[in-house]
Design a protein around this ligand. Structure first.
Ligand code: 5AD
Ligand code: SF4
Length: 422
């Protein structure tokens, strides 16, 4: 979501005659688009901000702005602590960047933007094949660990017709894949619900793949499961954050489902879409998590066999309920639990990837391999990375490959002679 917010900032800046530079010394403006989901992200920002002060000293006239969730949280404190920062704006105030660069603004823009869902911003996209499309802003869930409802404000859905217009324009420009963005896409509601939106977007010619993040397990409906199964362009992948395998912890997290209910949804998904890949988020060391609770999470991984997970140490966020709970765990325990979770899942991910050996998969070519220029890289519909030997195949081509090796983080494939299509 932050990456896409940066694309909106670039869009606004381009309209004001700015161009991107990779060299911070030559910049007229440096914007930090910050994340405050965990402490680590915050620390990273503060150390980068120190470096920016040095750049500014060397480059007279350079301006520094701070955007994103840390900006929203800290507001004027940032300018008080770092007076060389000239503009602080939150994630609901990206549109104010235009005013700032034309010199028409105060030092902060942090209001609750009630029209955010109506206000379409220009976007300068960093990819030519895959595009992010915002469908909703904010979040109403107040999971007890999470800062997002405080920084991104209340949930608001973008009008379906605006989303359709954006997706049509993307198709005309040659984009093949869109990823619909929202903190909880399942609660999308304008004049249609999320399954309705998917049905509408599935008919846009030129777009080949539709993805979406993130789904909240509580709101994943039978209707949505049917639609994922039925619509040809909606990919067979769902990111469905579980967070913990312990019902006690899920309650403390205010997640609104039990582990058993989560498993029921997984079974329904796999029944309706047998080859679906399911990925998840796990938090290790939530306050009050006992060794037994942790073992329930480890058991959940073994039982569900996710295709991949993102696992994090619990990080107390100021102002959230979880940060005020008793029994905060020492970092030593949380670290051990996190590494046990990752170790268990690594074996499962590799096992699942190896099961794909010998199968044929459609991949969308994204370009040269990240680590090896002699390779091309693409993703399966199930969102797994596949590297194949380099050939003169354009980005955005859909191609069938045979999977020859399943590894920890990716698959290796080779061209399958018969079936290649644009
Ligand atoms: N500590 C650790 N992980 C967190 N997440 C959100 N807030 C926190 C926090 N305070 C994780 C959740 C969420 C993902 C985006 O980040 O797992 O699903
Ligand atoms: Fe945070 Fe929960 Fe909202 Fe996700 S659903 S953004 S974890 S409050």
């Amino acid at each position: 979501m932050n990456v896409h917010d940066s694309e909106k900032m670039l869009g606004i800046l381009e309209q004001h005659g700015y161009a991107e530079t990779k060299d911070p010394h030559s910049a007229d403006l440096i914007i930090f688009n910050t994340c405050s989901i965990r402490q680590k992200a915050e620390q990273k920002f503060y150390s980068e901000l120190g470096k920016a002060r040095a750049f500014k000293k060397k480059t007279p006239g350079m301006q520094i702005a701070v955007a994103g969730c840390i900006a929203q949280q800290e507001g004027e404190n940032i300018i008080r602590k770092a007076p060389f920062v000239s503009f602080v704006f939150g994630p609901q105030n990206i549109h104010m960047l235009g005013n700032f660069v034309s010199g028409r603004i105060a030092a902060t823009a942090l209001d609750d933007n009630r029209e955010i869902e109506q206000r379409d911003l220009p976007v300068k996209r960093t990819d030519e094949v895959r595009a992010w499309v915002t469908i909703m802003y904010g979040c109403n869930n107040f999971c007890s660990f999470c800062i997002v409802p405080y920084t991104r404000g209340r949930e608001r859905s973008r009008p379906a017709k605006n989303i359709l217009a954006e997706v049509r324009e993307l198709a005309e420009k040659g984009y093949k894949e869109i990823t619909l963005l929202g903190q909880n896409v399942n609660s999308y509601r304008s004049d249609m619900n999320f399954p309705g939106l998917l049905r509408m977007l599935d008919r846009v010619g030129g777009i080949e793949r539709i993805r979406y993040v993130t789904s909240h397990p509580r709101d994943l409906s039978d209707e949505l499961i049917a639609v994922i199964g039925d619509l040809p362009k909606v990919c067979e992948h769902i990111h469905l954050p579980l967070q913990s395998g312990s019902n006690k912890i899920l309650r403390l997290m205010n997640r609104g489902y039990s582990f058993e209910e989560y498993v029921q949804k997984v079974l329904k998904l796999r029944d309706r879409i047998p080859d679906i890949s399911i990925t998840t988020d796990i938090i290790a060391g939530f306050p009050g998590e006992t060794e037994d609770d942790h073992i329930l999470t480890m058991d959940a991984l073994e039982k569900i066999e996710f295709d991949g997970i993102f696992a994090f140490k619990f990080s107390p966020r100021r102002g959230t309920n979880a940060s005020a709970l008793e029994n905060q765990l020492p970092d030593g325990i949380t670290s051990v639990r996190l590494s046990q979770i990752l170790e268990t899942q690594n074996k499962i991910t590799e096992m699942k990837n190896r099961l794909l050996e010998g199968t044929f998969q459609e991949i969308l070519i994204e370009g040269e391999g990240k680590t090896d220029e002699k390779k091309l890289t693409g993703r399966t519909r199930t969102n797994k990375i596949v590297n194949i030997p380099w050939s003169d195949t354009a980005k955005g081509t859909l191609i069938f490959v045979e999977i020859i090796k399943g590894k920890q983080h990716s698959l290796e494939g080779r061209l399958s002679a018969q079936d290649q299509r644009e």
